[in-house]
Write a protein that binds this ligand. Structure first.
Ligand code: FE
Ligand code: FE
Ligand code: ZN
Length: 278
């Protein structure tokens, strides 16, 4: 069975996201833990979470994915920015334990002129200070397009971060199809080769989630502009190969395409209709 959903607004709480997911044919979803561009997080309502957990159990909604806010940059040269990132992430991980056993996706950060090596060390320092023994949440590093000074544009950079972290068993990777394509990994003509490379450098057992996005720009463009499925340079057929690829097909897929709910429902229906077998 295809596990697929899209990015949803957390504004009305968890139960509302569960109901919305179901209404558009999704059986998972992604959400921001807090305002994506600011810092504030709404207090968790334990009663809402309890109802959500019951609802998701009854309706087979699984593998919800939290996404850290974009402003969180643990690789910044500015200690204040790093402190904010560390505090936000620590708080996010506490909140994640209300819905145990899920994943938390993070953009590794931007080194802003300090160089990737320094940036990677700062990120691993942050991860080590916020990840705790006994946490049930797996932190996923997202593959990045490499715009500006983004860290995580190569599998090697992600590997270096993973190598530097103490809690190895709670760290994984989320592969974003638009980002890896923009970073120069040709998933259109050589998906198998890209996955072989991922396996050699990071290990496919670390891959826990896929962001399914088409890209406005071409391979290697380092742009990071998402397109609707089938309307970008990746194209529908390449996306159909991604969801059916034996090494990927059991993973959860999340759409982050420029859509409102009806558009997401349509993309989910199209991808479901092209998913081979069950
Ligand atoms: Fe992201
Ligand atoms: Fe993404
Ligand atoms: Zn993106």
């Amino acid at each position: 069975m295809l596990r697929i959903g899209c990015h949803l607004s957390v504004a009305k709480g968890y139960l509302d996201m569960g109901r919305t997911a179901l209404s558009i044919g999704a059986n998972t979803f992604q959400f921001f833990t807090r305002n994506p561009r600011g810092g504030s997080a709404k207090a968790i309502d334990p009663e809402d979470v309890r109802k959500f957990l019951e609802f998701s159990e009854n309706n087979d909604i699984k593998h919800i994915l939290a996404h850290a806010s974009y402003t969180l940059n643990g690789a910044s040269a500015d200690p204040g920015v790093r402190r904010f990132a560390t505090e936000s992430m620590a708080d996010d991980l506490k909140r994640m334990e209300f819905t145990p056993g899920n994943c938390y996706n993070l953009h590794p950060g931007s080194h802003v002129g300090q160089g990737p090596e320094k940036g990677i060390r700062l990120v691993t320092d942050m991860l080590d200070s916020v990840m705790e023994e006994g946490q049930t949440t797996t932190v996923l590093l997202e593959t990045m397009a490499g715009k500006g000074s983004e860290i995580g544009r190569t599998f090697e950079e992600l590997r270096s971060i993973i190598d530097g972290v103490t809690m190895q068993d709670r760290i994984g990777v989320c592969l974003d199809t638009c980002h890896v394509f923009d970073a120069g990994y040709d998933i259109v003509n050589d998906l198998g080769g890209v996955l072989d490379e991922f396996d050699d450098i990071i290990g496919l057992e670390r891959l826990k989630a896929i962001h399914v996005n088409d890209s406005v720009n071409g391979a290697g463009s380092h742009k990071d502009r998402h397109a609707k499925i089938g309307e970008g340079s990746i194209g529908l057929e390449a996306m159909v190969r991604v969801i059916n690829e034996p090494r990927l097909r059991r993973l959860p897929f999340y759409l982050e395409t420029p859509n409102e709910l009806p558009g997401y429902a349509e993309e989910i229906a199209v991808l479901r209709s092209r998913y081979a077998g069950q």
